[in-house]
Design a protein around this ligand. Structure first.
Ligand code: LLP
Length: 418
């Protein structure tokens, strides 16, 4: 169900009109639906009921404490890539023992912190990292549960910047050499080999690449078992795509059913790390039209959100649906590029969009709940937008708009020359 829908001629977030949110909190602003977040998570949980599993929400997609708390309360685990994300999970009430730590560049202090709080597993991406974890775990005298992130060399058929499972990508350990690395890992005093991990990319709209990766990782699990290494869990990463425009990614149910079918009677706990498929369509970016500009050849709607708030169109040429919050008669529609105030030609949120708008109107940029706020910056010294979570008829401010003062916090000029 869509929780950002028109009712009586205007767009709502659940039971709250977006116009109310704009007048209360200003624009630009991120708005999340608690119900949508929950629905997407529960779809995974229900599809996996009866199967030993752990759904580790990928914190990088949207790391707001309120988002993490909603998911933690539903029993989610978490996939983190930094000590900062781990802190967020713990502060939001998430459990360390349901948290997996991914990423190619874990620092020693981050590994130590994760060991001290007792995370579920490290997804190890290189032999150097394996040795680093062994050294720190030995010093602390605690066991470190690890899985190796293997690179199955499959084409995820997605945008090259978010494809990770090919040999040419920086991620993981080649599946051909994995057995040797596992054998060495098994000899290390403080390493406890528990799983096999892979993540082949993001915004996948087909099931086939996931199943190819699964075939290859299951073959590895069997291989390891023959050499006396028992694998307890298989982590298939995240990556299930969402509909932004006219993509038709498999529904969560179908995706899970296909995985379970292939897992057959392998006695493995299934770990997944979904981010986008939980958060993207649970959030929108609300923005106001400042000016309408006509260059003769092209019309522009200059809005108050920019690439610093939402970088996906500029970075990946991502297409996000943009609608007018208050419905206007289509007879006044024109074709606009929706652009922000940042001094870059790449600063656009949408191109060639047919809209009936005038200055002062509100726009809703859909599917902005994942990789929206988390990728935002202060470029052009723009304070970051507030985040609001709607729960039925109530809007809650879950992150305040940054102030001009906060922009310069911690900065100082050089001391005056004596
Ligand atoms: N696990 C690992 C190890 C990952 O690297 C990622 C995403 C995920 C899980 C979650 O994947 P998801 O289910 O969200 O596809 N900024 C880009 C997406 C980058 C994805 C990075 N890794 C975008 O805006 O499209």
């Amino acid at each position: 169900m869509n929780h950002f829908a028109y009712s009586k001629g205007q767009l709502y977030a659940e039971g709250v009109p977006l116009t109310d949110i704009a007048s209360r909190y200003g624009t630009p602003a991120y708005v999340y639906s608690k119900q949508a977040l929950s629905d997407h998570f529960l779809a995974y949980q229900q599809a996996l009921s009866g199967k030993s599993h752990l759904i580790c929400y990928a914190v990088k997609a949207n790391s707001n404490l309120a988002v993490l708390k909603v998911l933690a309360d539903l029993g989610a685990g978490f996939d983190i890539v930094s000590a900062g994300e781990l802190q967020r999970v713990l502060r939001a009430g998430g459990r360390a023992d349901k948290t997996v730590f991914s990423g190619v560049g874990k620092r020693a202090d981050e590994i130590e912190y994760a060991l001290k709080v007792g995370i579920h597993c490290f997804n190890v991406e290189s032999e150097g990292e394996l040795d680093q974890i062994q050294g720190i775990a030995a010093r602390l005298n605690v066991p470190a549960a690890v899985s190796l992130r293997v690179n199955p060399d499959v084409d995820a058929l997605t945008h090259p910047y978010i494809s990770t499972g090919l040999k040419e990508n920086k991620f993981g350990i080649g599946i051909d050499t994995a057995v040797t690395v596992y054998q060495r890992a098994a000899t290390l005093s403080h390493i406890d080999v528990t799983g096999v991990d892979c993540h082949i990319g993001s915004q996948l709209t087909e099931i086939a690449p996931f199943l190819d990766a699964l075939d290859r990782t299951l073959a590895l699990v069997d291989n390891l078992s023959e050499s006396g290494i028992t694998i307890k869990h298989l982590d298939l990463g995240g990556g299930l795509g969402v509909r932004y425009k006219n993509e038709s990614p498999p529904p969560i149910d179908d995706y899970i059913a296909a995985i379970l079918n292939k897992l057959g009677n392998h006695d493995l706990t299934l770990i997944l790390e979904p981010g986008r498929s939980i958060a993207a369509n649970a959030g929108i970016l609300l923005s106001k039209v400042e000016y309408i500009k006509d260059n003769g050849d092209k019309k522009f709607a200059v809005v108050d959100a920019a690439m610093n708030d939402m970088i996906r169109p500029a970075l990946y040429e991502a297409w996000l649906n943009i609608e007018s919050v208050v419905y206007r008669d289509s007879k006044t529609e024109e074709v606009y590029d929706i652009v922000g105030p940042v001094c870059e030609t790449g600063d656009f949120l949408g191109k060639d969009r047919r809209l009936a708008i005038k200055p002062g109107d509100l726009l809703c940029i859909h599917s902005a709940g994942a990789y929206g706020f988390t990728m935002s910056s202060n470029y052009n010294s723009r304070p970051r937008a507030p985040e609001i979570m709607v729960d039925k008829e109530t809007a809650h401010l879950v992150r305040a708009r940054e102030s001009i003062d906060s922009l310069m916090q911690g900065e100082r000029t050089l001391p005056e020359a004596q």
